[in-house]
Design a protein. Structure first.
Length: 144
């Protein structure tokens, strides 16, 4: 394997970690705005008559709940994520990562992954995640 591929793997791991951090930050801000503990609990959302789409002025964010996840947009970042079974929010998939890098003005080193073919090739060459349905979870980064 050449050093370019190794560099892409390391950069992709950084991108996934950045995605995960932003998911958790924005999910927590949204939960605070909606005054709920767990935005993953669809039953709780219905019981409290929380709109599936709305605006949180406190953090200047717009949100839309969809299917098994949520889309959040702020003036500086857009992120789309799916809820995992435990609402730990450390899961990801290829589509979420591609949207994250394509929709946001991130560090230039991540731009290589705006090319979906390069992202896909690098993504599936990683050996440091486990697959659960359509979702993935990072495991041992030393294997990357």
């Amino acid at each position: 394997m050449n050093s370019h591929n190794i560099d892409n793997k390391k950069i992709l791991i950084e991108l996934i970690e950045l995605y995960q951090i932003n998911v958790k930050i924005l999910a927590n801000k949204l939960a605070e705005c909606l005054n709920i503990d767990n935005i993953c609990n669809r039953t709780l959302l219905r019981e409290q008559n929380i709109a599936l789409k709305g605006i949180c002025k406190k953090y200047s964010l717009e949100y839309t709940f969809h299917g098994i996840g949520c889309y959040i947009k702020t003036p500086s970042i857009e992120i789309d994520f799916d809820f995992d079974n435990d609402c730990i929010l450390n899961n990801f998939n290829l589509w979420n990562i591609w949207c994250f890098v394509s929709d946001n003005n991130l560090d230039k080193k991540f731009n290589v992954f705006k090319n979906k073919n390069i992202l896909e090739k690098t993504f599936f060459s990683l050996e440091c995640f486990i697959k659960d349905g359509d979702e993935f979870y990072l495991t041992d980064k030393g294997k990357c």
